[in-house]
Design a protein. Structure first.
Length: 202
């Protein structure tokens, strides 16, 4: 499966001056435009996507995510370190498109400014499963899909699935902060949802 972005995107955004001055590039979503699974992270990492231009590649978090996708059959690669992986049935994006200074957490204003990009991806892809990686992605998805605030911290919500209309939301700890045991829980939770993303093509 060729991995392309399904929507026209911009490489010239200055809504967040601090991010615009810090970033190496704007990192938009990447993957299979017919995906049944949408993975949402927090922001491009300084050592990862800010350099490669592809979400969850180039750093430890990226390798952990790509290795997970390989095991789940959502990637055509065998090496989790590939910088432009050929993804199958999955699309990966972030709440914020630019790397924050010092890899700090995104601010509420930055999340708000980037929300239209992520919302358009969600509407275009129409996934069956939305997987959030980290508290900022989980908070965005709860507001967007469930019209609610997070009921607890992300470590408490790790591995839990939430029905959201035609979508199932799965909340996970960010791979940068997840233990090996938590990554195993993440894989198990995703495998339990495989029937949802292996439906016949639309």
């Amino acid at each position: 499966m060729v991995t392309v972005h399904p929507l026209p995107v911009t490489d010239h955004c200055s809504l967040c001056p601090v991010l615009a001055n810090n970033r190496q590039r704007i990192v938009h979503g990447y993957g299979d435009p017919r995906a049944r699974v949408l993975l949402i992270g927090e922001a491009p990492g300084y050592l990862g996507a800010d350099r490669t231009g592809t979400p969850f590649t180039g750093d430890r978090s990226g390798r952990r995510v790509q290795a997970l996708l390989i095991r789940l059959g959502l990637s055509e690669e065998s090496d989790p370190a590939v910088k432009a992986p050929r993804l199958r049935g999955v699309f990966i994006s972030n709440v914020v498109r630019c790397n924050p200074p010092g890899n700090r957490n995104p601010t509420p204003a930055e999340v708000t400014n980037c929300a239209p990009f992520l919302r358009r991806e969600l509407e275009a892809i129409r996934p069956a499963v939305v997987v959030t990686l980290g508290s900022f992605a989980a908070a965005w998805a709860f507001r967007e899909l469930l019209h609610a605030e997070l009921p607890a911290g992300i470590r408490t919500l790790h591995g839990r699935a939430w029905p959201a209309g035609d979508v199932t939301l799965l909340t996970l700890v960010h791979p940068a902060r997840a233990s090996n045991a938590q990554m195993a829980v993440a894989e198990q939770a995703l495998r339990q949802l495989q029937d949802a993303w292996e439906l016949p093509e639309r």
